[in-house]
Design a protein around this ligand. Structure first.
Ligand SMILES: *Cc1c(COP(=O)(O)O)cnc(C)c1O
Length: 368
């Protein structure tokens, strides 16, 4: 075999040009305060561990067998949870899997996708994989929704992150409905952060056949490591998504873990309330410092750091980002866009973690 064999020349041209999504750092080794990927600081419900252990009983003999291909018990539980029919729900290997299936089913060389900028950058990568053009509809600094701009953008499939990331800004249901109603293509509402917001848009499914809502177990259910997400839509849309899915897209442990999590409402009401309490504290702290921070409907803040002399901007955000990293506090910095480069996205952790973050900020302020 020729040692100089070059598989690149055999790859599809669009794959040769493709840039993979860059996830937030997952440092190994202890003692990091990890506020960079919006993971939940609390462990999942103890019922989740029990369910996983039960699934592993009998020396793990059930692992010999394929899982339920449709994740049917989970679909049924999700449907009940949201007041929908089971054929209106599809489960996926993380919300990202579901987003990929939507792109696979509804976008391609002749069918452009669209998204707001800034929002979740994975959408662009998924569009590139399908060789679909990505139409970018810009926010301005107000981060308010513009239904007319979405209506006229020309996309066949539109992604709105609601509440938005990385800004944390929530959109009133009435505003979302205006955008969905005006848009003729498939409208995907990524409600990954809805459990931290005051309202969601599930009720809109009953009157808008072009609407798909996607959710995740990674953030509010503390299960980022298990990879579970889901879509809610009309039975017709779900049926199309099932055509393009991996036949066993959720493993056995993921299915039982998600089912157990969904059932333990009391546990997650408590962890979510704790996060919202920390959110209120942190918003007060930023206000006290005079730092601009978007009102958050999520489990993170998008904040514009200021030096002690009142300077803001990309240089300031980058300087604080580096100072925090040096103290093993990880946050997320998005330097590529004018609306994000003066900001840092900071996940809400436990009170202790936020104290370490605040101490690191105050120490930076002494010299900046
Ligand atoms: C975290 C996140 C996801 C990914 O969810 P997974 O279930 O972990 O794949 C999707 N959309 C947004 C907006 C996110 O922030």
């Amino acid at each position: 075999m020729n040692r100089n064999y070059n598989p690149l020349s055999r790859a599809n041209p669009h794959v040769r040009r493709l840039h993979a999504y860059v996830p937030g750092q997952q440092p190994s080794g202890g003692d990091w305060v990890k506020l960079n990927t919006n993971e939940n600081p609390y462990p999942p419900s103890p019922k989740v561990l029990e369910a996983i252990q039960a699934e592993l009983a009998g020396e793990g003999t059930r692992l010999r067998l394929y899982p339920n291909p449709l994740s049917m018990p989970l679909r049924q539980a999700l449907a009940t949870h949201h007041g929908l029919k089971p054929d209106q729900v599809q489960a996926g290997n993380g919300c990202d899997d579901v987003l990929n299936l939507l792109m696979r089913a509804f976008a391609g060389p002749e069918r452009p996708a669209g998204m707001m900028i800034p929002s979740y950058s994975l959408y662009s990568v998924l569009a590139d994989i399908q060789q679909a053009k990505m139409i970018e509809v810009p926010f301005d600094r107000s981060m308010a929704l513009d239904p007319e701009a979405i209506r006229t953008c020309g996309a066949n499939l539109f992604f709105l992150t609601s509440p938005n990331a990385p800004t944390g800004v929530g959109f009133p249901r009435a505003e979302v409905e205006k955008a969905v109603a005006a848009f003729e293509g498939i409208f995907v509402l990524d409600e990954t952060y809805a459990p931290f917001a005051g309202e969601d848009a599930v009720a809109l499914l009953a009157r808008h056949p072009n609407l798909v809502i996607v959710r995740s177990f990674s953030k509010a259910f503390s299960l980022a490591g298990m990879r579970v997400g889901y879509a809610m839509a009309s039975a017709e849309i779900i049926e199309l998504l099932d055509r393009v899915r991996d036949s066993y897209n959720l493993d056995r442990l993921a299915q039982v873990a998600a089912l157990a999590a969904l059932a333990d409402t009391a546990y997650y009401a408590k962890t979510t309330a704790d996060i919202l309490a920390v959110r209120a504290q942190m918003a007060d702290w930023y206000a006290y410092k005079g730092w601009f921070c978007y009102p958050s409907a999520t489990n993170f803040h998008f904040v514009e750091p200021q030096t002690s002399t009142g300077e803001t901007g990309a240089g300031v955000a980058e300087s604080l980002y580096n100072a925090l990293s040096a103290r093993r506090v990880l946050v997320r910095y998005f330097p590529k866009h004018p609306l994000t480069q003066g900001f840092l996205r900071v996940t809400l952790g436990t009170e202790n973690e936020m104290q370490r973050y605040r101490d690191a900020v105050d120490s930076w302020l002494k010299t900046h």
